[in-house]
Design a protein around this ligand. Structure first.
Ligand SMILES: Nc1ncnc2c1ncn2[C@@H]1O[C@H](COP(=O)(O)OP(=O)(O)O)[C@@H](O)[C@H]1O
Ligand SMILES: [Mg+2]
Length: 590
């Protein structure tokens, strides 16, 4: 119990904003609990005076009963409402903290937790478990109070009888529990025996050839008979155990009841007990049963809710947010130095980058080429610190990335990657993405990405909604929207990771000229799908298995006849293979 309280105390801070609700619910529960003994208490004068001629005014009966139930109903409503309010207050607090953490957590969060488990936690679990927890705590409080009130009334009414019952009840409970456990155990054993029997049949069906060939029939029959007999015995034991339960309970209840009646009659013969008192006593006694039953089951949901909430609280409190330094300037010059960087995603995995060094001057356009899995995306993902290098250092304008303020660092990059993620919002909102909307610039960006014509054909222009993750756009349109986003961001460093892979060659050409315009005066890293993009780069860097294999201009590398020349030849072959589509020929003759 102590540990449960400790665990509860850990999550109570989140319930602080719902404090008022919890206090109100506690008070209302107290009132509701106090009304419980009032019902049997009403019985006593009703029977003693109402039926024996002494007389009570008739109007008093409905007033008392309806009044009592009204009071109880109102108190119950307040308790329920106030607690739900508190639970929602708490889940709101926790949910906001969780989402805030999601926005700022170390990127490793997204490898440790799947999208669906985070969604589930934030959307359903927090709400559901705080509601469940609060409901069970309400049950616990209400039923304990009810029980205390009823017991107090029973003691007040007839303490001797109450003590007798106080001894009988736990005894009955113990007998029931023991018998119940035996039935459960026998049922489990019976299921197991059933499975074993079925398994023998299955084996013999599958292995009938071997069984017959080896003359193993009699031994298999013996095996089957032994298991079958065991099952039969278990089933008989089970029926003995469960069939004696009911009469046993009834016997125990009958003994308890007769004990109560004998004592009551004896007391009455001594002149201490009235009919009304006896009925009130029996009623109150029976009323203690439901709260006792509830209390027996209340711990399981409390623990379940607690465990679920703890998972969320762990995430908020033990989760590490991204940490950056303090270096912050509005606009970097764009000098990138990758200095002996090694990157390993997992200890047992080969390095994605292996002692990789590369220096890029401000304004330079560098094309990264290499087979798939070479480590190109890994390299560019290191720059905005989406991943951290395992060894080595990366500097931007001479300042190690770690020392950059994380927001300032990310302001320096615009990224268009192969997998475009769009938000369920308008075209304009997707282009500016959090920045203030400047409609003229949004249009310019869309025009640059060769998408303005399409957007203007939509019924609401740039204000048109694009659906969940841009479901109403084609792959090429999505990618052009992402390019518009990059144009709008106007960052000093551009990263294109197969940014035009989803475009047909016509729109690629249209976009390419806008990209060429955009790349002027900016440091650019291009991972290109089509080698034609690469030919215009200042420098080509060929990567294979995480290592820098060769670098130079397109012409130099072609002349060298290394990896780049091979990739180039390969693509040339593939491209000319698509002879039916000569317009898609991405390689102008070198
Ligand atoms: N998130 C990740 N977790 C584990 N391994 C990864 C992850 N991303 C990439 N890798 C591995 O790192 C290597 C390089 O991948 P990547 O940089 O995506 O290659 P490229 O972009 O050149 O095709 C691959 O072997 C890939 O399996
Ligand atoms: Mg890649």
């Amino acid at each position: 119990m102590a540990t449960v309280l400790q665990r509860l105390s850990r999550i109570t801070p989140y319930f602080r904003s719902g404090r008022m609700g919890i206090v109100a619910a506690g008070l209302a529960s107290l009132v509701a609990a106090l009304t419980e003994p009032a019902l049997p208490a009403l019985m006593k004068p009703l029977l003693d005076k109402g039926f024996t001629g002494a007389g009570i005014p008739l109007w008093l009966v409905p007033v008392a009963i309806i009044g009592l139930f009204t009071l109880r109903g109102v108190a119950g409503f307040i308790a329920q409402y106030a607690l739900t309010w508190a639970a929602n207050q708490a889940s709101q607090t926790l949910r906001l903290r969780l989402f805030d953490h999601l926005l700022r957590a170390e990127p490793s969060l997204f490898t440790r937790h799947s999208a669906s488990s985070l969604t589930n936690m934030l959307v359903y679990e927090v709400q559901g478990s705080s509601q469940a927890l609060v409901n069970s705590v309400l049950t616990l409080v209400r039923d304990s109070l009810t029980l205390v009130a009823l017991l107090a009334y029973l003691l007040y009414l007839n303490w001797a009888l109450t003590l007798v019952i106080g001894l009988l009840f736990p005894a009955i409970g113990w007998v029931m529990r023991t018998a119940g456990a035996r039935v459960q155990r026998l049922t489990r054993e019976g299921q197991h025996a059933n499975d074993e029997l079925a398994y023998v049949v299955e084996e013999n069906v599958l292995a009938w050839r071997i069984v017959r060939l080896h003359g193993a029939g009699p031994s298999q029959a013996g095996r089957f008979e032994r298991l079958s007999n065991a099952l039969r015995r278990l089933q008989l034991k089970n029926v003995v155990a469960s069939a004696t339960m009911t009469p046993l309970t009834q016997m125990l209840a009958a003994s308890a009841m007769s004990a109560v009646i004998v004592i009551a009659l004896w007391q009455s013969s001594q002149g201490g007990q009235t009919v009304g008192g006896f009925v009130a006593f029996i009623t109150a006694m029976l009323m203690t049963l439901p709260p006792i039953r509830h209390l027996a089951d209340v711990m399981a949901p409390i623990l379940r809710g607690l465990t679920a909430l703890e998972r969320s609280v762990d995430l908020v409190e033990d989760g590490i947010n991204e940490r950056g330094g303090t270096h912050s300037i509005a606009r970097a010059a764009g000098r990138i130095e990758v200095d002996h960087v090694t990157l390993r995603y997992a200890a047992d995995q080969a390095s994605a980058l292996d002692d990789f060094s590369l220096t890029i001057s401000p304004g330079e356009t560098v094309a990264l080429v290499g087979p798939s899995g070479a480590g190109k995306s890994s390299l560019v993902n290191l720059l905005p610190r989406f991943i951290e290098p395992t060894g080595g250092e990366i500097r931007l304008d001479g300042v190690p990335l770690r020392d950059w303020d994380i927001d300032a660092l990310r302001r320096q990059f615009a990224l268009v990657s192969q997998d475009v993620v769009l938000f369920d919002d308008s075209v304009a909102a997707n282009v500016v993405l959090g920045a203030p909307v400047d409609e003229a610039r949004v249009r310019a960006a869309l025009r640059g990405a060769n998408l303005l014509e399409f957007v203007e054909s939509l019924p609401q222009g740039v204000a048109s909604e694009i659906g969940h993750n841009g479901s109403q756009l084609s792959g090429g349109q999505r990618q052009r929207l992402a390019i518009a986003r990059a144009i709008y961001k106007d960052a000093p460093i551009l990263i294109f990771d197969e940014a035009t892979s989803a475009l047909d060659s016509e729109s690629e050409r249209a976009v390419q000229s806008a990209l060429d315009e955009l790349m002027k005066g900016r440091t650019t890293l291009v991972i290109a799908h089509r080698l034609s993009t690469i030919e215009h780069a200042d420098r080509v860097v060929a990567i294979d298995a995480g290592r820098l294999v060769e670098q130079g201009t397109h012409a130099e590398l072609l002349a060298r006849g290394g990896l780049y020349a091979r990739l180039h030849a390969l693509q040339f072959r593939t491209a000319t293979g698509e002879a039916h589509e000569p317009a898609d020929q991405p390689l102008p003759s070198a």
